[in-house]
Design a protein around this ligand. Sequence first.
Ligand code: COA
Length: 276
Amino acid sequence: MKFCSAEHVSDQELLDVLNAAFSDYLIPMRHTDRSLAQMFRQRSFCRSSTIVAKAEGRLVSFWFIGRRDTQAFLVASGTRPEWRRRGLNEQIAQRVISGLKGQGASVLRLEVFRDNQAAVALYEKIGFVVKRKLDLYEIPPGTMEPLPGVDTASWSDVSEMLQAHRDWQPSWLYENESLSAIQDDLDCHCIRSQGQIVGSAAVIRSSNTLAQIAVRPSARRRGMARRLIAHAASKAPKTAMRIINVDASDAAFKTLLTACGARENKGQFEMALPLG
Ligand SMILES: CC(C)(COP(=O)(O)OP(=O)(O)OC[C@H]1O[C@@H](n2cnc3c(N)ncnc32)[C@H](O)[C@@H]1OP(=O)(O)O)[C@@H](O)C(=O)NCCC(=O)NCCS
């Protein structure tokens, strides 16, 4: 068994081992060259912090890592089904953690489905702790009628407004830095009043995912969020709109989504391991 960083590993090898490890996942998942490239861009993938295990001429286990300043993120982890329960993923984790400590990283964060018992057990064994619960929703196609008064905007029109007026920090995947990296795949919508943007939403077009939404506090309780969601959902009337990684402690947002006809799916934990 050989462990090494991903610096001299091709994207094709990374794609192969990712798809093999996720072939029996809780939610069916198969990446293509294109979706892998987007995943890496959005999550700030870092080859030198990523560790893989190689045996019999191919990759068998991995921890893909993203880096931003002193923060690190577990982009994906997995082991081919026939190589599981041999301690491989845990050994990779320990190598990743000691590498990140050596590079001065302060924290390693991750997201995991609450039902993924194998992965949750692994992360807890390593010392990760749950920071918050993240809920996932879906608005079935055709649930919402378009509502008037919503304009198209660019990411640069709405990014600062979203950052200033959202109530909680988005998860790594939906932070402003993540969305800036994939802005060619964003549809942004806004509501203006007296020349000022008072509400806005950013949607990832390729997956029809509502990534961020915010309404200025002075303009709340006037149906703006509902209008933005209805407008955004009506842009792809045949596809369900996904709303991923909603902070579960935000009861008002849950009420809004329920009023929009959203159904709740399996939720996640956001976990973190301090490295300092
Ligand atoms: C989760 C996964 C990466 C574990 O890989 P692995 O190489 O089999 O893990 P290891 O052998 O290193 O296991 C280390 C520890 O993890 C935990 N663990 C791993 N698999 C487990 C299982 N099926 N049930 C319960 N605990 C499990 C145990 O604590 C284990 O330590 P132990 O053997 O001393 O009990 C693997 O099951 C996988 O690829 N799953 C599909 C992809 C996935 O879910 N990735 C995570 C997404 S967030």
